[in-house]
Design a binder for this molecule. Structure first.
Ligand SMILES: Nc1ncnc2c1ncn2[C@@H]1O[C@H](COP(=O)(O)OP(=O)(O)O)[C@@H](O)[C@H]1O
Ligand SMILES: [Mg+2]
Length: 508
């Protein structure tokens, strides 16, 4: 056991880190007490991962110092970090999926290749028991759910005697129930004297699990507070530098005609594995239907098919009376579908200007006698830049825009044509709070206009805030549908983990 005399497990002082023109760390100080769950809170791009990658030896600071247990430490690689008792679990797990839990945990630990597997399993089982982690040492990683894999990563770090555990957005890949279990486990580890650095941009999580919070904004420390002395509002203000406005709650509207109808749709993913296994879903005019689900349950494949960029198998997709199951992107657009894609960089041509991107999908409207009418393209861009509050000039290369402004360009391009059906995926991922609010307000406006909107999002708060109805997708099937009023995170979480709607009703 560590000596209790020195209060801090980790101190980072004056950390500076530059990536070309980006100052990802601007004299950052972070002090993590022993036995604390310490939040590193900040919006996307605030510099959280960079700071932790420096602590774990994946990046090297331009200047600044690190103290472990009060002593200066030189950390040039994860190996050094581990030797100093620092472990890190990232969103992209580094486990070998054909191997068992035990093999993964003792890999790289045992110099001797001939190991007694029974003894090794027992050892892993004992370690899991000691830390209160529910793990089957003999399970093959590939068969485990994401939450279980994460637990294996945590045990792996602890097995290497980590006293400080860095978790980079651990809940991003979890259902609410898995998150709850993770929190229970973290509290137990904390009681054993472990320090945890918990990265998140979700305020309620940070309030629920941490003792102390360091807020980063644009690579700088924007606040450093005790959790019990603060609240979500104050934290949000530190994160964005201003007070946030209340959510955009849509008013109720009458039931419209079914505009988008998906019937028994099947599809395979890039590897030929079934990704959609009979999806049935209808979206009516004037409603937002949220499609919730843990990442990788068929959402991307569905979005691609509905956008004319994927390949459907059996089943049918109709927009109004027109079938678009196997239509290409142009035909889908002509049928009245507007697409706001998950990857906004794929939604634009980076080397082209803002004004060019704004006319990309309907260039023919801007020809005069076979030639492009540049004057009209420019005035068209000026009008949209104005209407959508885009902070850019018509001639700016679109790749130089911030995520929020790029998303506004895509919104402008799509919404300008008043599509009957809008397919929108992860519309606010990576955007700051101001841009997020803007995008959500625009979607609600479109709904009021009468558009049928399918909102595919992994952000449950977003789904619950905007949707009239919520469908949950799990392993390529719709597990159930709830009205906005019925939806709670608990119910959605159960559906997201594959518990069918019928079972839900019985339990409720
Ligand atoms: N390897 C890298 N190369 C260039 N820029 C990077 C790299 N890693 C991070 N950045 C930039 O540093 C800033 C902080 O990023 P990051 O630490 O990932 O933020 P967060 O984890 O808070 O979302 C961002 O502007 C990001 O684009
Ligand atoms: Mg990050």
């Amino acid at each position: 056991m560590e000596t209790r005399s020195y209060p801090y497990a980790i101190e980072m002082r004056g950390i500076v880190k530059r990536f070309g023109p980006t100052l990802a760390g601007d004299h950052v100080d972070l002090a993590v007490r022993k036995g604390d769950v310490h939040a590193l809170l900040g919006e996307n791009g605030a510099g959280k991962s960079t700071l932790m990658r420096i602590l774990y030896g994946l990046y090297h600071a331009d200047s600044g110092e690190i103290l472990v247990d009060g002593r200066p430490a030189v950390i040039r690689s994860p190996k050094d970090a581990i030797a100093h008792g620092i472990g890190m679990v990232t969103q992209h797990f580094a486990l070998a999926s054909p191997l068992t839990v035990t093999e993964n945990i003792i890999l790289g630990r045992t110099p001797n290749f001939r190991i007694d597997m029974d003894a090794a399993h027992a050892q892993v089982q004992a370690a899991a028991g000691r830390y209160g982690l529910e793990i089957n040492p003999r399970a093959v990683i590939g068969d485990l759910a994401v939450g279980q894999r994460q637990r294996v990563e945590i045990l792996k770090a602890l097995y290497r005697e980590a006293r400080v555990l860095i978790l980079d957005e651990p809940t991003a890949v979890l259902t609410p129930q898995e998150t709850h279990q993770l929190f229970t486990e973290l509290r137990r580890l904390q009681q054993q004297g472990l320090s945890v650095i918990f990265i998140s941009h979700k305020l309620h999580e940070v309030m629920a699990i941490t003792n102390r919070i360091t807020v980063l904004r644009h690579g700088r420390v924007a606040g450093n507070v005790e959790t019990r002395g603060t609240d979500e509002r104050a934290l949000a203000q530190m994160m964005v530098g201003r007070v946030t406005r209340p959510a955009v709650k849509p008013p109720a509207v009458e039931e419209g005609d079914p505009m988008l109808r998906i019937a028994d749709l099947h599809a395979a993913d890039a590897k030929g594995v079934p990704a959609l296994q009979g999806v049935n879903l209808t979206v009516r005019a004037g409603e937002i239907v949220g499609l919730a689900g843990v990442s990788g349950n068929g959402q991307s494949e569905l979005a691609h098919i509905l956008s004319g960029t994927g390949e459907a198998g059996r089943g049918a997709v109709r927009v109004g009376e027109k079938e678009i199951t196997h239509a290409d992107a142009r035909a889908v657009m002509a049928a009245g579908v507007g697409r706001i894609p998950e990857d906004r960089h794929a939604g634009v041509v980076g080397d082209l200007s803002v004004e060019q991107n704004l006319v990309l999908e309907h260039l023919d409207d801007f020809r005069r006698g076979g030639m492009l009418d540049h004057k009209r393209i420019r005035s068209h861009a000026r009008a949209l830049i104005d209407a959508y509050q885009i902070k850019a000039a018509p001639g700016d290369r679109i790749r130089t825009l911030s995520g929020g402004n790029m998303q506004k360009v895509i919104l402008a391009r799509v919404l300008e044509r008043a599509p009957a059906v809008i397919i929108v995926a992860q519309p606010t991922r990576g955007l700051d709070i101001g841009a997020t609010e803007y995008v959500r307000r625009k979607l609600v406006e479109q709904r009021s206009r009468g558009a049928a909107i399918l909102l595919i999002s992994e952000d449950l708060d977003e789904i619950m805030e905007l949707s009239d109805r919520i469908a949950v997708i799990y392993e390529g099937r719709i597990m159930g549908e709830l009205t906005g009023a019925e939806a709670t995170t608990e119910r959605l979480g159960l559906l997201m983990s594959g518990v069918a709607h019928a079972a839900l009703g019985a339990e409720a």
